[in-house]
Design a protein around this ligand. Sequence first.
Ligand code: NAP
Ligand code: MG
Length: 399
Amino acid sequence: MEKIKMKTPLVEMDGDEMTRVLWGWIKDILICPFVDLKTEYYDLGLVERDKTDDKVTVDSANATKKYGVAVKCATITPNAQRVEEYSLKKMYKSPNGTIRAMLDGTVFRAPILVDGITPYIPTWKKPIVIARHAYGDIYKAVDGLAGNGEAKLVFTDRDGREVTKTIHKFDGDGVVMAMHNTDKSIMSFARACFNYALDMKLPLWFSTKDTISKVYDGNFKAIFEKIYNEEYKEKFASAGIEYMYTLIDDVVARIVRSEGGIVWACKNYDGDVMSDMVATAYGSLAMMTSVLVSPDGIYEYEAAHGTVTRHYYKYIKGEETSTNPVATIFAWSGALRKRGELDNLPDLVDFANRLEKATIDTIESGEMTGDLVGLFKKEGVTPNKLSSKEFLKAIAKRI
Ligand code: NAP
Ligand code: MG
């Protein structure tokens, strides 16, 4: 069989620990036998990041800007213990944080659904995708303790004019906080959400609490509305999808009653909380994909989980592990499909679809990694725990 040809290379960002091991196997067993794979390779493993003073991360983000599509392996975000373990020159920042800042992107997390693994909310039949705004609000807030006295909010403009508002007159101890966001960041967030919804042909729901936070959340609401009306309304109509704005508490109630199939755009804190709720309700973090989308249409695909350190320590002792590679496979298929769409390569798009279907079929027929065995319930099918490599080979047979 002739291998499928590519035009433009994918930006490949390798990573750390168990996911780095899976990365190599996925390429060897599932991709390279079928696709004449073209990538521009960046090693974001911690050793190489240290060797290059993290320049490799910046280079990989610049390459992503140049080519438009990247696939990323999970990477270690160093803490004090990692600095010692790897004898690092310094405690580097999270690569995801660096890349996100350079691409100005929004992160979309979507669950991979499999017949046999029922979400805790059984009416959810289709994915609920959380789009989390990744800038500002309480994550960049200034807060402090207050005592007897008056807390004020002061804004000074460039010409030195001041506007002062009283936050609260305290007659005892308390706390205060001030937070911010920028129109530029909110506009990027809005465009990324509208683009993603169009791409996936899913309706977009956006929620804030503008009845209470009339100016702050009201600004988010107004920016989304303006961009929708000016740039996306017609595109949404021709794609047959809807944009809806509603209050966060209303949307929570609607989400629980829904059957899924929605992109839910959340402010930073809402997204932090709701994405863990949604991920858990769908069953497993190992079945959650993540894609960073920039407002100008650049895509970076990855798994939502980390480097699975505990499994890696077993692996280096020579033990076989049953680490779930599904989210990493879907990062590859997502990136290959997007490359195929952009380069007009229907065979590549078709391969990405077949790879995903083969992966899901393998699990549905009872062959899966250990983390899924306890969750899997399907009449007439007894779940069988395979090692990571056996599982990958079982998928390859079905492509
Ligand atoms: P983790 O790697 O996601 O693993 C946490 C636990 O979840 C694992 O020990 C395992 O449970 C289970 N798990 C996660 N993915 C799995 C998979 N594919 N198959 C089977 N089980 C899976 O999170 P962590 O332990 O908090 O972080 C480890 C490292 O990853 C850290 O250095 C962190 O900085 C990094 N990290 C990177 C990213 C990223 O690059 N996007 C994201 C998060 C964390 P059991 O041990 O019970 O089997
Ligand atoms: Mg969180």
